[in-house]
Design a protein. Structure first.
Length: 410
């Protein structure tokens, strides 16, 4: 769509939160426009068709807490099938790469750790989640690795209160067509201006003036749904400045999580939706999903500082690391069967600058601070503002709906 000169409600960002806000306002009688810096909608939800059979979710891939996930119902309304196959991380590792006795010991240590988190979260004083690691426990590096997958960061950067606030019903489903494809279908009817990055939000006058790469726009109300790193880095500025929002965003940084998809030329002997992970006793390690949906491929997942290091190493680094790790577990002959298809580099994406948010120690309350409207004209949404479903797509979408209802109430 062309950029209008004035609008009732401008929504910044066409990720799940922005699309959720726009869909909520559809029949409100208000004029609405979504401003998106990319050349596509979906934000960190993006599906790439890497072969005719393989849809690679470059970003989010799992409908977490699926029994409470709003996108499950949306998929049903759109006629998009949801796959309820159990996730690989709960299954034994392929070829006993993680022997059952060792795996049981690790799971017991992990359960004990989260029991300590639950107990510590009841205290008023917050601290880094790393302080609850049992001194000398041999599983500590791998418990930290789990944090890099879940939070995008190691435990020394994670608030205990934030860990406990997250709601996980342990039910995780998928979409064969891709979660990104589902989000794009959900937002297909929304009025969006693509390639329209917002640089300045001037709320000094009676109307809010937005300076964008396609010109200026005035709006009565604005919903800001961009990732916290863009606010923290002042890629989008406010006039007058909003130091409380800036501080909140900086205390809710995006961690780093990335994925790589490898083609498997000879799938014989490899289980569909299998798991491959080893007792490596280190935090810098990948975890692997064998033949997702039964396709001839392997998906690798990396998080935290290790993922950031691999991003810095450049194109091909994730595939090379994944192939090396898989060969270390299954033997060198596997190398000839594996070839790279695609990988993500979210920390290098200029409109994301990371994967999803975590609260720094002592700052779990920053989510509520970031979500609070300003002067009845500026409203905030995005996964980082969700009190219990942060880091998820449905948490983002639901926050957009919440912000839209705040607009209507105002």
């Amino acid at each position: 769509m062309p950029l209008p000169s004035s609008i009732d409600v401008a929504i910044i960002g066409a990720g799940a939160a922005g699309l959720g806000a726009a869909r909520t306002l559809e029949n409100s009688g208000l004029s609405v426009i979504v401003l998106e810096a990319r050349d596509r909608i979906g934000g960190r939800a993006f599906t790439k068709q890497v072969t005719p059979e393989i849809a690679f979710d470059v970003g989010c891939g799992w409908l977490h807490s699926a029994d409470e996930n709003s996108f499950v119902g949306i998929a049903g309304q759109l006629g998009i099938a949801v796959d309820k196959t159990d996730p690989p991380w709960g299954k034994p590792s392929f070829r006993d790469a993680f022997p059952p006795r060792e795996r049981a010991a690790f799971n017991a240590a992990l359960d004990d750790y989260f029991e300590r988190v639950w107990q510590a979260a009841r205290r008023k004083t917050d601290a880094a989640a790393s302080t609850l690691l049992e001194p000398g426990n041999r599983w500590n590096p791998m418990i930290d690795a789990v944090s890099t997958y879940v939070n995008g960061a190691e435990l020394d950067r994670i608030s205990i209160h934030d860990v406990e606030a997250y709601r996980d019903t342990k039910i995780n489903w998928r979409v064969r067509r891709g979660y990104g494809a589902l989000v794009a279908a959900y937002g297909a009817s929304c009025p969006v201006v693509l390639n329209c990055a917002v640089a300045l939000i001037d709320h000094s006058g009676l109307s809010v003036k937005l300076t964008t790469t396609q010109g200026t726009l005035t709006a009565a109300k604005v919903i800001i749904t961009v990732p916290t790193n863009l606010i923290a880095d002042e890629a989008i500025r406010f006039a007058p400045e909003l130091p409380i929002k800036l501080k909140a965003a900086r205390n809710l940084p995006l961690g780093v999580d990335d994925k790589v998809m490898l083609k498997l030329s000879d799938p014989n002997g490899f289980p569909a939706d299998g798991n491959l992970r080893a007792a490596t006793m280190r935090t810098a390690m990948g975890t692997y999903h064998l033949r997702p949906f039964g396709n001839d491929c392997i998906e690798g997942f990396f998080g935290g500082r290790f993922a950031r290091e691999l991003e810095e190493a450049g194109d091909g680094a994730f595939a090379a690391q994944a192939i090396d790790e898989i060969a270390g577990l299954l033997g060198n002959d596997i190398r000839r069967k594996l070839s790279p298809l695609a990988a993500s580099r979210w920390a290098h994406d200029p409109f994301a600058r990371g994967a999803y948010s975590h609260a720094l120690p002592g700052h779990a309350g920053a989510r509520a601070v970031l979500a609070t409207p300003v002067d009845g004209r500026l409203f905030f949404a995005g996964e980082a503002t969700s009190p219990h479903f942060f880091s998820t797509v449905h948490g983002a979408r639901d926050s957009g709906e919440r912000a839209a209802r705040e607009v209507l109430a105002a």
